[in-house]
Design a protein around this ligand. Sequence first.
Ligand SMILES: [Zn+2]
Ligand SMILES: [Zn+2]
Length: 264
Amino acid sequence: MGIRVVVLGSGSAGNATCVEGGGARVLLDAGFSCRELSGRLRAVGIEPHRLDAVLVTHEHADHVRGAALFSRTHKVPLYCTAATYRAAGLDRAEPHGHGAHVHHAVEPLTPFHLGGIEVTAFRVPHDAVDTVGYALECEGTRFGYATDLGHDPEPVRRALADCDLLMLESNHDADMLRTGPYPMVVKERVRGRHGHLDNDTAAALLGDVATDRTCRVILAHLSRTNNRPELALGAARREFDRRGRRAPRLHAADQWTPSPWYEA
Ligand SMILES: [Zn+2]
Ligand SMILES: [Zn+2]
C-alpha cells in the first residue's frame, strides 16, 4: 500500500485531511478546533499524538483554526511557509513559558521527507499571503492536494499532473453563485483570479492533469450555498465523457462527516 487518505471535513467551515503512508501520518490543514480535529481523528481510528506533522496551506481560518492548539496539545510539529506562519499569527500563538509548538518553514518546490512520505509544496493563486498546495509521494504513489485556488496556472497543473489520487477544489456552480444570495463584492471575490475554482474549471483541470494512473479524485471545498455534490460530480463526469475517457472514481468531500479511508 502506498498512501491512504481520509477527509475529516472540507468546506468553508473547516478543512482537514489525514494522509498515511510509509509509516508516517500527516494532517493537511487544521481548520477545525483542536477538540473537533481530535474527535474526528479518533473517529477514523487515529490517535492525534501519533501524527508526524500538520501541513497548513494558508492562513484563512477554515484551514488553520485549530493548528496552534492542536500542535501544542499533541506535540505535532507545524509545517507551512514562513509568510503563512506570520500571517496566521502562529508566531504569536505561543503560550507563556512552556508548551510552545514547533514550526518548520516550508519552501515551495523544495521537497522534504516526513518518514516515508516525500512532501513538495507548490504555490497556488488565492487571496492569502502565500497559499500552497501539497504533493505527497510514498512508495511510488502520488497524492495531489489543492484547495482554495482562483485559477490554474501551468505550475499548478504540473504539480497535480499524473497523480494516483487527487483532491481538488470544486467550490461552486457558476450559475448558482451568480444568482445566489451572496453580496456582489463577495461573488466577485469568490469567482476572481484569486478566489475559488468553479465546477467547470475544476473539471477541465482534472481532465488535463488526470492520467490513466489517476484512479481516484476527491472534489473538495464545495460551497454549501453555491454548489451541490451532484453538480460538482456531474461536471467532472461530463468532462471525462466529452473526452471519451473513463473517469476515475469520483467523490465529493463533506463538511461534517469524515469520508471513508481512500487507498491508492
Ligand atoms: Zn478555504
Ligand atoms: Zn482560503
